[in-house]
Write a protein that binds this ligand. Structure first.
Ligand code: URP
Ligand code: ZN
Ligand code: ZN
Ligand code: ZN
Length: 480
């Protein structure tokens, strides 16, 4: 059935215009003034509202098996919560165990994700290295539409990638036209500090940020960036949380390197005082890596986003309930790491970004969908309201307020890091594949309606990087 959105203002990353939007068969058919509704079409009056691309959250972990438990949010509940918040696509992570086949893990995650109610895609983590990994990366890129690989520089004795793995995998990524991405924290230092804090008798959640200070992130960010520079490959840093990492990205970009940075709504909004709460459950609920930082980092991150050093916003949505967090009652290093937000990100970014004058509405679209779609090479299929794009749309009511709470959110977790926060500017309707899946508080989702989205290799930075590398090919000196 066709859908016509009348009388709204269309906001794209590069343009604002008064226009109607006509959708059918999952696509946007037309964007323009005074469009006629085809016979039988559903019509939404969006007067006074903004019509924007649905959010793309490039960093989620639905039902992730992690730290001895499994994240409480599955692909059905998680993508449903995303739609309630205006996010119409997630890019989640396949995380093979060390020595596990990448393809085998990929198959497992595809199976889990088949229950999704919105579109989704996958980054695949490289947690170990041998020739089979090299071969499987090619299959993933060329046959499965994976164009990004993740490297955890933290989580020693679990999924941490050694330098040798980073070198081999980054090199392979460049050959395949796939973006290497990193979780930048020095896992060796974290391990050392965790043991030292335990010796000092610090066992509570306050030990979590103490074991992962910002210099630990700065070191890993610098190392990853220098590896990428040396190997001649673009790089994307997930969840940049501190001034040190931001500084490394900023420096590299000013020196002409293609480095991209993602920031989480949580890192922009929360500070590290949460870990010193005398309520253990509350403090533990905030344990995620990298941790929330002292306030000065938040203002730096906002400026990094405003100034273009950081291009994308995400959530790292990875839910563990109070009973799961309690696994670390006697040892903070055993508290499952992760916090939620897939439902809240767009509202937080609007309220703290647009309502404060930090971001224009167009910049809001850039950092909540269009930039991620470009970097991960699915633009303008995603991230744009235009003829031919997927009809993944959020209709935004800038006048309506709501108070965020775990009691009312759709996320399958018993805690919300934004609890009690009143935001102004909320989605009134979310449209996925041309169908209204959320309207004024009500969800109309269908299990399994989400599609796996293939992402082609060789996004535009790769051609430029290749030319640059060719111009810098080493030469031998001819001697007789
Ligand atoms: O604490 C976090 N972020 N948990 C999920 C895994 C990761 O590091 O992204
Ligand atoms: Zn991470
Ligand atoms: Zn993550
Ligand atoms: Zn639970």
């Amino acid at each position: 059935m066709a859908l016509l959105i009348k009388n709204g203002t269309v906001i794209n990353a590069d343009q604002t215009l008064k226009a109607d939007v006509l959708c059918d068969e999952g696509k946007i058919l037309a964007v323009g003034p005074d469009l006629e509704a085809p016979a039988g079409a559903e019509v939404i009056d969006a007067a006074g509202q903004y019509v924007m691309p649905g959010g793309v959250d490039p960093h989620t972990h639905m039902q992730l098996p992690f730290m001895g438990t499994v994240a409480s949010e599955d692909f059905f509940t998680g993508t449903r919560a995303g739609l309630a918040g205006g996010t119409t696509m997630i890019i989640d992570f396949v995380i093979p165990s060390p020595q596990q086949s990448l393809l085998e893990a990929y198959g497992t995650w595809r199976e889990w994700a088949s229950r999704s109610v919105s579109d989704y895609s996958f980054h695949v983590a490289v947690t170990w290295w041998d020739e089979s990994v090299r071969d499987e990366m090619k299959i993933l890129v060329e046959q499965e539409g994976v164009n990004s690989f993740k490297h955890f520089m933290a989580y020693k004795n679990a999924i941490m990638a050694e330098d040798e793995t980073l070198v081999n995998s980054f090199t392979r990524c460049m050959e395949l036209g796939a973006m290497p991405t990193v979780h930048a924290e020095n896992g060796e230092l974290v391990y050392h500090l965790q043991k030292k804090l335990a010796e000092q008798g610090i066992t509570g959640p306050e030990g979590h940020p103490l074991s992962r200070p910002s210099e630990v992130e700065g070191e890993a960010a610098n190392r990853a960036i220098r590896f990428a520079q040396t190997l001649g490959v673009p790089l994307y840093l997930v969840h940049v949380s501190c001034k040190e990492a931001l500084g490394e990205i900023s420096r590299a970009r000013q020196e002409g390197q293609r480095v991209y940075g993602e920031v989480l709504a949580g890192h922009l909004e929360l500070d590290d005082s949460v870990y010193r709460s005398d309520n253990w459950d509350f403090a533990a609920a905030h344990v995620m890596s990298p941790p929330f930082r002292p306030k000065e980092h938040q203002s730096a991150l906002w400026k990094g986003l405003q100034g273009g050093t950081l291009q994308t916003t995400a959530t790292d949505h990875c839910c563990f309930c109070t009973d799961q967090k309690a696994m670390g009652k006697d040892d903070f290093s055993m508290i499952p790491n992760g916090t939620a937000g897939v439902e809240d990100r767009m509202m937080i970014m609007w309220d703290s970004g647009v309502n404060t004058g930090r971001l224009t509405m167009n910049e809001f679209v850039a950092v909540t969908s269009a930039n991620a779609a470009q970097i991960f090479n699915i633009y303008p299929q995603k991230g744009r309201v235009a003829e031919g794009s997927d009809a993944d749309i959020v209709i935004w009511d800038p006048a309506q307020s709501k108070t965020i709470s775990a009691k009312t959110h759709h996320q399958n977790v018993d805690f919300n890091i934004f609890e009690g926060r009143t935001v102004t500017g909320v989605p009134s309707h979310t449209i996925s594949q041309g169908k209204v899946v959320y309207a004024n508080g009500e969800l109309f989702v269908e299990e399994g309606a989400g599609r796996y989205i293939k992402r082609p290799a060789f996004a535009s930075p790769f051609a430029a990087q290749k030319r640059f590398n060719e111009a810098h090919t080493p030469t031998a000196v001819e001697r007789d």
